[in-house]
Design a protein around this ligand. Sequence first.
Ligand SMILES: [Zn+2]
Length: 441
Amino acid sequence: MKKKFLLTAAFFSALVASAQPGVIQANKKIKETNPAVIQTIKTVPLKTTYDFSNIKICTDIVFPVGNLPERDFSAVKAPPRINNDGSVSQVGVSRQPLAGETNKMWNPGQTLTVFLDPAGSSEFIRSKVRFFAQQWENHANIKFQFVNTINAAQIKVSFVNNGKSWSMVGKDILFNPFGAFTMNLGWLTDRTADEEFRRVVEHEFGHALGFIHEHQSPAANIAWDREKVYAYFAGEPNKWSRADVDINLFNKYSRTSTNFSAYDRFSIMHYSFPAELTTDGSAMPMNTDFSPTDKHYARLIYPFPPTPSNATGTLRTGDDCDMVDFVVEYGVVASDRIEFKMQFGRMDNKTVTWWKQIGIPLTNNTETLVAIQNHSLIPAENNPVASVQVPVSQINTNKGISFSKAKLLGVHTPLGFKWNVLPALKGGCRVTLTWKKDSCL
Ligand SMILES: [Zn+2]
């Protein structure tokens, strides 16, 4: 009994020794060792060799979090919601997960420049890398632009064929004062199968976008057989120290610095490993493409600009029981302008008549006017439907749309009501106003 205790204690001290500060990054504490795991290690004799020769694994290069700029979501912000009384509500950008270090993510909509080193790669290899890297663009709002000079690139890719593929993670790439390569694709050749290109390139460019290994997600719970894992990775081609294994496999990212989904064993960001490396006999399949969760969360982390659904409702100007129906449609005209349309409507079997007008405030302190009229004795003056398209750049969103109508004796009269809707509109919108009631009678 005493002996057993001593053995356990010795194992614990070995683990602690491997977790010295300076070896392990400060923000990645070793997870508490599960005594049940130790028991298993102690009683089951270890094999000395395992055949994992076909397993190729990627190592992250992760820097401690530096002073990275805040992420900028302005390019893809949802416009505020328009309520059915015409009032405008602010809506926040929803922030949701996939394992990724949030502050290492680039801005949604950003274009990242990429250099593929011709040394060590053929045009065939580079064309495959371009193609599979760009698969991310279908799921994340990010663009890869391939450039011909290394100094013009943020992501600098080498092709040193040493069996090691790795990448810096997200904006860590900015900490690269000497212009070194930020990614290596270490086993691609002209004979590599498409599936392997896809697996490796999607995975490494996932790191470049800030995604970390899924098995290190705070939500992951893999029953690693730690001693076997240490033994395996100590061999060729990895030659990892125990600390390397801790950093690349066992340590999990903190819940506070990370956005993460429920653990997704099918993620392209997950290592593949054989069942021998776990105490419960679970293996990791070789994931060779994005999982559904990868696609879903890539879109949440790098959102595309939202297209809101149509907004509809009724404005009340406060004058004479006025009622004006509105419809706001998104994405229906050119994206650099907004269309404003007016028409007469009916309510309770009464058609609205005379003259109505709105004014769209411009940055030069004037208004673009849209007027309708259906009661003139001169037919040519009647204009029951009118519309105008105004360049977004000329609209003053700090002011509201003004309303005027013909009142007693046909006097054209500005109303006190202003519709403060302009911040909720974006290029491509059409606003249709149907004036359906203009008196209390
Ligand atoms: Zn990796």
